[in-house]
Structure formats: structure tokens, C-alpha cells
Ligand binder design. Structure first.
Ligand code: SF4
Length: 383
């Protein structure tokens, strides 16, 4: 096995600058979006004030709306200690993270913007709901660290913990990425495991987001996988090009073109407004380099639980050379129950999609269940 190349002299590329420049501060994002305080529901305004008060315990001056600062002691609503503790814990576990190119796709002044609502922390995240747990797919006890082997012929490598964006509904929001960080020794174990199980013919690079890894790291990993005879396909599951399209650059295209196995990129796009002109041109570029492009979405209350939106999404994907692949029911992860769409409503939406779209543009409605050997298709009961 070759060794993982050492970091080359740092040339800070555009996407890394974008990554370093993401919105982490709620006020900064809301000010960028020109969202006025009066347009935010009262319950949420109270939560923002709680966040601000708790986050700046060292500093009396906090950011507030319209770029002003305010002395936190003048805030009308003082959070209770229990709220502070709760919010503190949740923010540490899963902070807000919104890249600027993604924020630029949001409608100015619109609190209800479907892109904004996917990424902004909500009060509802702290509500407990029976059945919503921290590890809904029971992934956190694999035998080889950094490797998830659920399906006979496929394995998933957690290439990189963390993402460019933190989606509030993420089923891995509680995943212990810290203890799944891969070093050379762990990679050796993973590659040995794949070599020794000849049933495995496909490797999924996931995370977090695998494109958070440096190109030399991806290049090395793809090279190693290409040496394993049983591997026919490599799949990359990513949302990064959607939120920072400049991630698809010359270096990444070189990685792609060095891959001798069939390469599939499965994007994660939930709403047609996420498809920017820059993303379209980057997808064209990948297509020209023989990458198969698929999309999976999550059915999310208040975001895309509507046949018109999903139909528009399928059309926009196809115009971008991406085929709709899966529509997932929400995984019941703790903190995301407010995004849940029940099965009957999902079936109704699917029925409308079948009436509107050609079959090849209708994604399969599926649910991921722990200990199942494949995704579980939802019976639509269509006649
Ligand atoms: S990009 Fe995917 S893995 Fe990352 S936070 Fe969003 S849903 Fe989770």
C-alpha cells in the first residue's frame, strides 16, 4: 500500500476560503438575508435572544439585528438556566454552519425560505419525541472503525467527519466523528476488510461529507480501491458541491479522471432553489468526465412536502444532468422530529408525482431501517 501523501505546499483554493467563511453566527446570517426582527415568529425571537445571551457570557455586547450591538443586560427576555444549559449542549453538539454561496440562494427578507429553514437551529430541536433517538440507524457499533457494512455487496467509509453545512435534520448529527477519524492504520484495516470480503463490489465514500477531504487524500484512497479486484464501483455521497459549487475544481476533476472503477456521485438536493447556475456548469463538467450523477432528497415538512415542489425539483435535476434516485422518509433522529412527514402524506405526494412526471423522474420513496439488508421501499398502494 502506498502511504497517504503528505500535505503539499498550501495553495488556498477558492472552496477552502468559502469553507473558512461560512456563517456560524445567527445574527450575521439574518442580517445578510435582511430579515427584520418583526418577520421572525415571537417564539424564535426569544430563542435567538437566549442563544445570544448564553453564547457571550464573557462579553456584554452581543450582535443583534441590523448589524448593531446591544448590551445583553438590556435584552427583554432573560433565559432560564435550564434553557441555557439545553441550548449550550445542543449548539456544541451541532452548531449552525451555512456556507455563503448557499445563503446567497435564499430569498432576501423571507424567514420561511426553504433553504434557510433547513439550516437554522429551531426551538423544536429540544423537544423529545418517542422513537426519535441519537443513532436511528444503529450505525455506531461497527466492527471496523470508520467502516459501515450493512449491505452484502456495499460498504461505506466515513472518509471525513463534518460537512460544509449542518442540516438540522441530519441523521448523523450525533455520530461520534471524533472517534471515527481515519489514520493510516485504520485505513489499512478498512482496505484489508474490503479485500477479504469478495462479496463487496461497491464502496461508498461518505461522512460527514467525503469532499471535505483534500484532493490528494481522495486521490490516494481511490487509487487504493482501484487496486482491489472485486470493486466495480465507487460512489461519492456529497452535498458539498450544492452548498459550495467551487469544490468541483481542476484538482478534483483530475481525481475523478484517475478513477478506473465506475464513479457515481450521489448529490443531496432537497429543493429546486438549491440548483444554482454554477452547480449546473459543475455538473456538466463531471458528466463530461464520465461521472454518473444521481440525487437523493429527504422528505421534509415545511421544505419540500409538496408534489409541486418535488416535481419542479425533478425537472430541475434532469435539466442539470442529475437523475432523481431516492426520496427518503426522515430518519427518526433526536432533534429533528419537526421535519417528519407521515407515511400517508408521503404516499399522497408520491401519487401526485406519478400523475405529473414521467416514471424516470419519480424518485423511489424509501425508508432506512436498522438491521435491514437494503433500503425499505414504501408500499404506495397505487392501483
Ligand atoms: S450534508 Fe448530509 S451528512 Fe452533512 S449535515 Fe447535511 S445531511 Fe448531514
Amino acid at each position: 500500500m502506498q502511504i497517504i501523501p503528505k500535505k503539499t505546499a498550501s495553495v488556498e483554493t477558492h472552496w477552502k476560503k468559502e469553507l473558512a467563511n461560512t456563517f456560524n453566527d445567527l445574527y450575521e446570517l439574518l442580517n445578510f438575508l435582511q430579515i427584520k426582527e418583526k418577520n421572525i415568529p415571537l417564539a424564535y425571537r426569544q430563542r435567538i435572544e437566549c442563544l445570544a445571551a448564553e453564547s457571550d457570557s464573557e462579553n456584554n455586547n452581543i450582535h443583534t439585528f441590523n448589524g448593531k450591538t446591544q448590551n445583553k443586560n438590556t435584552i427583554n427576555i432573560q433565559p432560564s438556566q435550564s434553557i441555557i444549559n439545553k441550548h449550550n449542549g445542543a449548539r456544541k453538539l451541532f452548531p449552525m454552519r451555512v456556507p455563503r454561496p448557499f445563503a446567497a440562494l435564499m430569498e432576501k427578507g423571507n424567514w420561511h425560505d426553504p433553504l434557510l429553514q433547513q439550516v437554522i437551529p429551531q426551538n423544536a430541536e429540544f423537544e423529545e419525541r418517542v422513537g426519535f433517538v441519537s443513532d436511528p440507524l444503529e450505525e455506531q457499533n461497527g466492527s471496523v472503525e470508520g467502516l459501515i457494512h450493512k449491505y452484502k455487496s456495499r460498504v461505506l467509509i466515513v472518509v471525513k467527519g463534518g460537512c460544509a453545512v449542518n442540516c438540522r435534520y441530519c441523521f448523523r448529527r450525533h455520530f461520534p466523528y471524533q472517534s471515527n477519524q481515519l489514520n493510516k492504520k485504520k485505513y489499512e484495516q478498512i482496505l484489508d476488510y474490503i479485500r477479504n470480503d469478495t462479496h463487496i463490489n461497491e464502496v461508498i465514500l461518505s461522512g460527514g461529507d467525503p469532499l471535505m477531504a483534500k484532493d490528494e487524500h481522495l486521490s490516494w484512497l481511490i487509487h487504493e480501491l482501484n487496486q482491489i479486484n472485486n470493486i466495480k464501483r465507487i460512489r461519492v455521497h456529497t452535498r458539498l458541491p450544492v452548498v459550495i459549487p467551487s469544490r468541483i475544481n481542476d484538482e478534483f476533476i483530475s481525481v475523478v479522471s484517475s478513477c478506473s472503477s465506475k464513479l457515481i456521485m450521489v448529490l443531496h438536493i432537497n429543493h429546486p432553489n438549491e440548483i444554482s447556475d454554477e452547480l449546473k456548469s459543475k455538473m456538466d463538467w463531471l458528466k463530461q468526465n464520465n461521472v454518473t450523477l444521481l440525487n437523493q432528497s429527504v422528505l421534509l415538512a415545511g421544505i419540500n412536502n409538496n408534489a409541486n415542489v418535488l416535481s419542479e425539483l425533478s425537472e430541475a435535476l434532469f435539466a442539470t444532468n442529475i437523475l432523481p434516485y431516492y426520496l427518503h422518509l426522515l430518519d427518526p433522529v433526536k432533534g429533528a422530529s419537526h421535519f417528519d412527514v407521515n407515511k400517508n402524506d408521503a404516499r399522497q405526494i408520491m401519487s401526485e408525482l406519478y400523475n405529473t412526471l414521467p416514471g424516470f423522474l419519480v424518485p423511489k420513496l424509501v425508508q432506512e431501517l436498522p438491521n435491514r439488508k437494503s433500503k425499505t421501499p414504501i408500499d404506495l398502494g397505487l392501483e
